[in-house]
Design a protein around this ligand. Structure first.
Ligand code: SF4
Length: 58
């Protein structure tokens, strides 16, 4: 089945297998946003926990 972009989730992380690289959108219906900090204070503290490393090229 062809992956379709979720127009509500813009993402430029091409290294993720869920990314539609040609358009820079996520293809999942929803994503889990998380933090690796105990008290996040800036955007660098926040991560997409749905990221999975892509095994092939975009
Ligand atoms: S799962 Fe997260 S990192 Fe991967 S394409 Fe979707 S929003 Fe981007």
């Amino acid at each position: 089945m062809e992956n379709r972009k979720n127009p509500s989730i813009c993402c430029s992380v091409e290294q993720c297998m869920h990314n539609l690289c040609t358009e820079h959108f996520c293809t999942l219906d929803q994503v889990h946003i998380d933090t690796h900090e105990s008290d996040p204070s800036q955007k660098e503290c926040v991560d997409c926990a749905s990221f999975i490393k892509r095994q092939n090229f975009c």
